[in-house]
Design a protein. Structure first.
Length: 134
């Protein structure tokens, strides 16, 4: 069993996506298993991959469609599968709307990347707890 978080990224900005993937894979036990730039591609991936992922990171504004549509598609996930939003528009209203979709956390791209890293570390520990020393 792979002890790394199997993560899917929904982000249309190439620079942000590459930096995010690099940061997550370097600082957390994460393997990015794929990405989408549009709602349609993300929803199709989710339809074909109900299992095999632990985390999805979603931006709300995409080249086509909306991250909100991706969040809607994530509502049928298992208890060990987490969904987070990473957006430049993490306003109180957006945070409420995301909560309505059952999102596990919302992070602001400009100043909450460290909090996202901490979230990933916490999720990895929860999925794969260390054996207790005797």
């Amino acid at each position: 069993m792979d002890s790394r978080l199997q993560t899917y990224v929904v982000e249309d900005n190439l620079t942000i996506r590459e930096n995010l993937i690099g940061t997550l894979e370097e600082l957390t036990p994460t393997t990015v298993v794929g990405f989408a730039e549009t709602e349609g591609v993300a929803r199709a991936w989710l339809d074909g991959h109900a299992e095999g992922w632990n985390l999805i990171v979603v931006d709300l504004f995409l080249k086509q469609g909306s991250g909100l549509g991706v969040l809607q598609a994530c509502q049928r996930r298992g208890p060990g599968q987490k969904v987070v939003v990473l957006s430049n528009y993490a306003t109180p209203d957006i945070r409420r709307r995301c909560a309505d979709f059952g999102v596990d956390a919302v992070f602001d791209k400009s100043n909450e990347i460290e909090a996202l890293v901490d979230f990933c570390l916490s999720q990895a520990r929860a999925l794969h707890p260390s054996p207790k020393a005797e």
